[in-house]
Design a protein around this ligand. Structure first.
Ligand SMILES: Cc1cc2nc3c(=O)[nH]c(=O)nc-3n(C[C@H](O)[C@H](O)[C@H](O)COP(=O)(O)O)c2cc1C
Length: 389
């Protein structure tokens, strides 16, 4: 991100997560209710663990917003970790006076997590230091800032949504999602548009849970109404897919990304993949299909941007994997830390956030604007230019 800059800090069971989002234009109406709604959506979904019932996340804005509108200053916000109360002094900033009060160190790395790599990289004795920051709890701070990015995108007519298209081996029917479907998606426990597939997915989650196992899946994120003309073909790193793919891979457990038809395009003849062009006097150049996923030649086309991301199964297993105790090198069973069985619906909300931030950043780079009014005017002018050509 170049125009928008985001940093987060905080541990999973520390007092709070903290985020600073810099570069948001002035004059954006901020609704904390909308931020909290996305925080709540991130906590939901069939297959999540006990922690989500302990906490009901709320964002507190600490800077950059006055009387409900952004001022152009960095937006600072916090999300309290209500679970921190249950963790006593385990994450205390000051070392305890009595060394006997120091928490028992975690010495057994969990396979599939940052535990071993982090302990070696930062030369940490207690793997707790890794677990706390590598945890996907951090994504709550990014979901809060992503909600701000969504509000900004809404000012130029763009809406970012997501739905679950696969969990384990169960897939939803491949119908393209429309904005009309979103309410149904949000009402579904797996955030899936296909009710029959959702029922099969729930059975798969239950079966995995009974077996002490976990599941991953695939999420599709769509950005409707994103302005055309963002990104470029002139250098590889200016291609819009490049920024969006990088954003997708900032989310823990995401191992694959596709745009439009994605991997399926590789097995089809070109005649079934490219989107033919038409011209409509009212709307200008249109494509009746969107196999390209809203991006051609690295530039947004004005059609819906379609990104799919594959999430690996949750790494923490109730039936423990083999591991090795650090220091003694003794073969031991991995530890079980409270965990989700399937977090694919939640990952969809996180992916919406990181993609909204990347899309807002790219739009700001392209159209500029210290204020929302300037940004909107530049987007409107470009849309009019496209209609006139
Ligand atoms: C929303 C969300 C929730 C997650 N919840 C858990 C969880 O409860 N237990 C777990 O082991 N991993 C969970 N993960 C995945 C881990 O954070 C991730 O696999 C781990 O940090 C290792 O990173 P890597 O898979 O990218 O290598 C979650 C990921 C996301 C996006």
């Amino acid at each position: 991100m170049t125009r928008l800059r985001l940093l987060t800090a905080g541990e999973s069971h520390g007092r709070q997560l903290t985020a600073v989002l810099e570069g948001c234009p002035a004059g954006l109406t901020i609704s904390t209710a909308q931020i909290d709604e996305d925080l709540g959506r991130r906590q939901g979904g069939y297959g999540r663990g006990a922690r989500q019932t302990i906490e009901s996340d709320r964002a507190e804005i600490m800077g950059g917003v006055r009387y409900g509108r952004t001022t152009g200053a960095p937006i600072a916000l916090t999300v309290a970790n209500r679970d921190a109360d249950n963790w006593g002094d385990v994450l205390a900033v000051e070392a305890p006076d009595d060394p006997r009060s120091v928490a028992e160190p975690v010495l057994v790395p969990r396979p599939g997590h940052a535990d071993l790599g982090g302990a070696l990289l930062y030369d940490l004795h207690d793997i707790r230091d890794v677990i706390e920051r590598a945890s996907a709890r951090e994504t709550a701070a990014r979901v809060a800032c992503g909600a701000v990015a969504k509000l900004l995108l809404a000012t130029v007519g763009c809406r970012v949504v997501s739905h679950v298209v696969a969990v384990g081996g169960e897939r939803a029917s491949a119908l393209p999602l429309r904005l009309d479907d979103v309410e149904r998606v949000e009402a579904d426990p797996l955030r899936c548009a296909d009710a029959a597939a959702s029922a099969r997915m729930r059975v798969a989650v239950d079966t995995a849970q009974e077996a002490g196992d976990t599941l991953g899946g695939v999420v599709e994120v769509l950005a409707f109404g994103y302005p055309p003309g963002v990104g470029s073909y002139v250098q590889g790193d200016r291609r819009l897919e490049s920024a969006l793919a990088a954003a997708v891979f900032t989310v823990p457990a995401i191992k694959g990304v596709e745009f439009g038809l994605g991997f399926a395009a590789a097995g089809l003849p070109g005649s079934q993949v490219q989107d033919a062009l038409e011209h409509d006097a009212d709307t200008g150049y249109v494509r009746r299909t969107d196999n390209a996923g809203g991006i051609e030649g690295g530039i947004s086309t004005g059609e819906a941007i379609v990104v799919r991301a594959a999430m690996k199964p949750i790494a923490t297993l109730r039936n423990p994997l083999r591991s090795v105790q650090m220091g003694t090198h003794q073969a031991v069973e991995s530890r079980f830390e409270r965990s989700d069985v399937c977090a694919v619906p939640a990952a969809g909300v996180v992916l919406e956030a990181v993609l909204a931030l990347a899309l807002a950043d790219a739009a700001l780079e392209r159209f500029g604007g210290a204020t929302v009014a300037e940004l909107r005017a530049a987007v409107d002018a470009y849309r009019a230019h496209c209609l006139s050509r």
